[in-house]
Structures are given as C-alpha cells and as structure tokens.
Design a protein around this ligand. Structure first.
Ligand code: C5P
Length: 244
C-alpha cells in the first residue's frame, strides 16, 4: 500500500497548514505542488514573458500564443529548482537557480501567474515526473489541486479541503493585516474568485474532488477540528500507519 495522503482544494482553504500538521504528526515528507507552479511563474516573468496578458484566452490564440506556451513548457522541463529546509523557521524553502524565492512566490501576483502557467497542458506534463519523485519513504503528504485526481491517483487517502470564497478572502485579509501589510477585502475576494474560475474550468486537471476523496468544508471549523477529521479518516484508511 502506498503511503501518500493527497490534500487538494481551492486557494486559501488551509491546505498548506493542514499539510504541515499532518506531515509533522506522521514524520512524512511534503510536496507543495503550488510552489512549483509559482516558481515557474517567476521563471517565466524572468524570461521576459508578461503574464499579466491573458495569452490563453480564445481571442488571443495565435502563433504568438503557441510560441509562448512552448517557451514556458521548456522552462518547466528544465526548471532549476531545489527545496531546502530552513533550520531556523522549520519551513521548506524553494530556490530557483540558487536564489531563495520563499517570499517572492507568496504574493497574490505570483499566485495569479502560477494559475496561468498551470493551465497549459504541456506544462503540467512537464512537471509530472518531478512531483512523483517526492513519493519517498516513510511517506508523503501532497498539497495541490490535482494530487488525488492526476499526480497520485492511486493514493490511499485523499482529502478535498474547501471553504467559501468569502471565508477564504477574510482569512487572507487577516493574514495580511497581521503581517502589517495593507489589504483590500474586495480586491482579495475578486482575485480568489478569478483564480478559482481559472482552476476549475481549465481543460486539464481542473480543480475537482477525486471520486474517492473525503471532502471537508473548513468554513466554520478551526484548523484543529479539520485536523481531527482528517486524522480520523486517515486512521480508517491506513490503520497501521497511525499505530506505528
Ligand atoms: O496552492 P497555490 O495557491 O500555491 O497554487 C498556485 C496556483 O498553482 C493555483 O491557483 C493553481 O492554478 C496552480 N496549481 C495547480 N496544480 C497544483 C497546484 C497548484 O494547477 N497541483
């Protein structure tokens, strides 16, 4: 039996925190697949491609679009990215060509860029093997949009964590305010809705729960309540794991 737990869902549902807590509890590895797409977004901008233009929309489909998608796919194939544990924060940080991008990839713009490059089918293919390489002993908790439906479709435990767009925007607003960063609630909500729409309606690996996923709506739950539900579900599916 594979030792993989997949945690999929829309942005801001709390997947990152849940993934970290479950991995800490089990002593397993983490795959933050969104970070890969975010880094690719940064690499694409660094290569001089302007991702604020909606180059994938029907009206802009032409040979320039083809050239752009080919260039981004090549970048994905050769993405010089490495993840390293920061011993001070205990967090795994991404490096692109040796440069730490931990802060840069967490901006809202980086999220929007990520969801644009992530909608290109050949880009997703190019990143597939790299993601599957994270499946290593003692086990893996994989966070993303298509972990349970595409990348690890044979995972024994699949979670789909969701929350209303309003609730996710409120949480993001609070995070930014706590960090001392200015934030606009309406802009955050619009940004979340735009990313949801792009992620849910794309032609490849759209954001949908796997048929065998345990769906948790975290809108009215604390993270501890979510964790308890996920651990209960995991111990039903993999009783031997939690007893180890
Ligand atoms: O999870 P995170 O918000 O960091 O992901 C950023 C974007 O990357 C998502 O909005 C989504 O478009 C894309 N993504 C994806 N497939 C994944 C993980 C992320 O398409 N497995």
């Amino acid at each position: 039996m594979k030792k993989i737990i997949t945690i999929d869902g829309p942005s801001g549902a709390g997947k990152g925190t849940l993934t970290q807590l479950v991995a800490d509890k089990l002593g397993w590895h983490i795959l933050d697949s969104g970070a890969l797409y975010r880094i690719l977004g940064v690499a694409t901008e660094q290569a001089g491609i302007d991702l604020s233009v909606d180059f994938l929309s029907e009206t802009s489909k032409n040979t320039i679009t083809d050239t752009i998608t080919e260039t981004i796919t090549e970048l994905a194939r050769h993405l010089d990215v490495e993840f390293q544990l920061n011993p001070d924060s205990g967090e795994v940080e991404p490096f692109l060509k040796g440069v730490n991008l931990a802060k840069q990839i967490r901006t809202d713009e980086a999220g929007q860029s990520a969801s644009k490059v992530a909608a290109i089918p050949s880009v997703r293919d190019a990143l597939l093997a790299r993601q599957r390489d994270f499946d290593q002993a003692p086990g893996l908790v994989a966070d993303g949009r298509d972990m349970g439906t595409v990348v690890f479709c044979d995972a024994p435990v699949k979670i789909f964590l969701t929350a209303s767009a309003e609730c996710r925007a409120k949480r993001r607003y609070q995070q930014l305010i706590n960090k001392g960063v200015g934030a606009n609630m309406r802009a955050l909500l619009e940004s979340i809705q735009a990313r949801d729409e792009r992620d849910r309606t794309r032609s490849v690996a759209p954001l949908i729960p796997a048929v065998d996923a345990f769906v948790v709506d975290s809108s009215d739950l604390t993270i501890d309540q979510v964790l308890a539900q996920v651990i209960d579900f995991t111990s039903e599916k993999l009783p031997e794991i939690l007893l180890e």
